[in-house]
Ligand binder design. Structure first.
Ligand SMILES: Nc1nc2c(c(=O)[nH]1)N[C@H]1C(S)=C(S)[C@@H](COP(=O)(O)OP(=O)(O)OC[C@H]3O[C@@H](n4cnc5c(N)ncnc54)[C@H](O)[C@@H]3O)O[C@H]1N2
Ligand code: MOO
Length: 529
């Protein structure tokens, strides 16, 4: 420090030792700002400056090597080095110092000198507990990447995909003036006066069917026999429905006149060459793919599918189809989540069950991270001895971001990031997992894929049935929404019960502090679609 102080030109120097890599930058900013406040008070209020050094304190601990020092103290430092023991505190006591109090966790200021400790502390430092659902969504979205890679797919397979480039028409559609009816194309001037009593007779030059093209020029008193979808030849400005003629082959009697441009579809009336037809990032449905086809596109460049992995944990879970041993339960979460993803157009790349072994799960997370954009797990996130996700996340070297949301069910959801891949660990209780899927995973899928329709849709409704429990905490319950009214399913509302979710199409979002709900009470619902 002494030699640094001799070199620097500034009046002050921010000192930070090299082995506190987890210190939040905001704390350094806080230190600097506090020094500036001192300066301002000195100038404005002619206060005596309190100290020549301001160091950081967290809890009871003061950190002399995290601070802002006046740089004119090199001589005093040298004296301590030569005459004392060279202790920074001893020096500080002689010159006097102030403290900047940080309220961050101690782990932020840990001395770290090896990688394993760094990874361990990084997890401990950043975990946030008991977050609101909205904050949880934000924390997940901040760590969710938007997919950039694209692929070329045949137009028949492009439905449901997100277009990765602007699509501009290279042709006019229709590519020619065309007849919207079966009949005769002619000059409107010729038939203006036609009626049943006084038919107008036209000379029929030829017949043009859909798919054929004629260079013929139609003159005064002339017509062509024309079919729906066929190109109207030069010289004509209208078409007469055949029902208003005598169907003549060489000569046709016209019984009803029309004005100019009647029954006449213009070239390019659907779209003109050069028009931007479908914008990048549009979800292609049947209409958009149909438009692309009408533009002549056989293929489309779309963003690649997201790669989502589902890992369920639990020594008690048994795959369906296997005999059920005492104490075991069938694994419903894996099927439920895989099929839910498929319903949303996402095909999971990995779906498996891991036993309650943190090392195995840690390894499984790393393996999954290598092949996924998002990992969903269920079970093992609460506080029990076998709630192995916490350890598994550490084993995998993941960054833990938050644990627990302030809502029921699905409270113990844990969010971490394994090698850059978000890992959303849902509770093992099937309805807890299902509710969290709708609230936390859908937004991540929407961001990743740019598919806005994957976002949860919130609506207002009115309770049709009562819900008897009061809700001290925010509570999600399943419901059946019909014509703006929410009916309660028969069966239990417990988070461990899946069967009563059958037939439900919404989750009622009951705010914390609500009493029992009565019929007629307005409620917010999240649609399950
Ligand atoms: N002492 C406390 N105990 C519990 C608390 C608490 O705060 N203190 N929280 C409770 C809440 S709320 C929930 S939710 C659960 C969450 O537990 P986990 O997420 O750790 O999940 P597990 O214990 O592994 O399983 C819970 C439940 O779900 C069944 N399960 C698990 N996986 C599946 C699956 N794939 N298919 C079907 N069913 C599954 C499992 O057998 C358990 O019955 O913790 C409470 N406890
Ligand atoms: O949060 Mo738990 O999913 O209530 O039962």
């Amino acid at each position: 420090m002494e030699s640094c102080m001799r070199q620097v030109k500034n009046r002050r120097c921010l000192v930070l030792s090299v082995d506190v890599p987890l210190i939040p930058v905001k704390e350094l900013v806080g230190l600097v700002l506090e020094t500036m406040t001192y300066d301002r008070n000195v100038v404005l209020h002619q206060e005596k400056q309190q100290s020549r050094a301001l160091i950081l304190q967290h809890g009871e601990r003061q950190e002399p090597l995290i601070g802002v020092y006046d740089t004119n103290m090199a001589d005093e430092m040298e004296r301590e080095i030569l005459q004392g023991k060279g202790s920074v505190f001893a020096f500080l006591r002689t010159v006097g110092y102030g403290v900047y109090k940080s309220h961050r966790a101690d782990a932020c200021f840990s001395n770290i000198n090896d990688k394993a400790r760094y990874q361990q502390l990084q997890g401990e430092k950043q975990i946030m507990e008991n977050v609101e659902i909205e904050q949880a969504q934000k924390l997940i979205l901040e760590r969710t990447k938007i997919l950039q890679e694209t692929e070329l797919v045949g137009i028949l397979d492009a439905g449901g995909r997100i277009l990765a480039q602007d699509m501009t028409a290279e042709i006019d559609n229709p590519p020619f003036n065309r007849s919207p009816i079966d009949g005769y194309a002619c000059k409107s001037e010729d038939v203006k006066q036609a009626s049943r009593e006084h038919p107008v007779y036209l000379q029929v030059l030829e017949e043009i069917d859909a798919g054929h093209y004629s260079e013929v020029k139609v003159g005064k008193g002339q017509a062509v026999r024309i079919m729906t979808g066929a190109a109207i030849p030069e010289g004509c400005d209208c078409c007469i429905m055949q029902e208003h003629t005598d169907y003549g082959d060489e000569k046709a009697a016209v019984y009803e006149g029309v004005s100019a441009w009647t029954n006449f579809c213009y070239r390019g009336e659907d779209f003109k060459k050069g028009t931007l037809m479908i914008k990048k990032d549009t979800k292609l449905g049947y209409v958009e793919t149909g438009i692309l086809a009408s533009m002549g596109c056989a293929e489309a460049v779309v963003y690649r599918h997201p790669k989502v992995s589902v890992l369920t944990t639990g020594d008690e879970v048994t795959s369906p189809g296997q005999p059920l041993q005492p104490g075991k339960i069938y694994n419903s979460n894996l099927t439920m989540l895989v099929v839910r993803l498929r319903e949303l157009g996402i095909r999971p790349v990995l779906a498996k069950t891991i036993s309650d072994d943190p090392e195995l799960m840690g390894k499984a997370l790393k393996d999954a991270a290598a092949q996924s954009d998002l990992i969903i797990t269920t079970g093992g996130v609460s506080v029990g001895k076998k709630d192995i996700l916490h350890k598994a996340v550490q084993v995998s070297g993941s960054e833990r971001v938050f644990w627990r949301v302030i809502a029921k069910p699905g409270t113990p959801v844990l969010f971490s990031v394994c090698e850059g891949v978000p890992v959303i660990s849902l509770s093992g209780n099937p309805f807890g997992a299902a509710a969290n899927f709708e609230m936390l995973i859908r937004p991540a899928l929407a961001k990743m894929t740019r598919d806005e329709s994957l976002n949860p849709v919130v609506s207002q409704a009115v309770m049709a049935d009562p819900f008897f429990k009061e809700s001290k905490r925010r509570r999600f319950i399943r419901g059946i929404l019909k014509d703006g009214q929410v009916y309660m399913p028969s069966g239990l509302h417990s988070s461990g019960v899946l069967s009563s979710l059958q037939g439900c199409n919404c989750i009622v979002d009951i705010p914390a502090g609500s009493g029992a709900l009565k019929p007629g009470d307005p409620v917010k619902v999240v649609l399950i679609f």
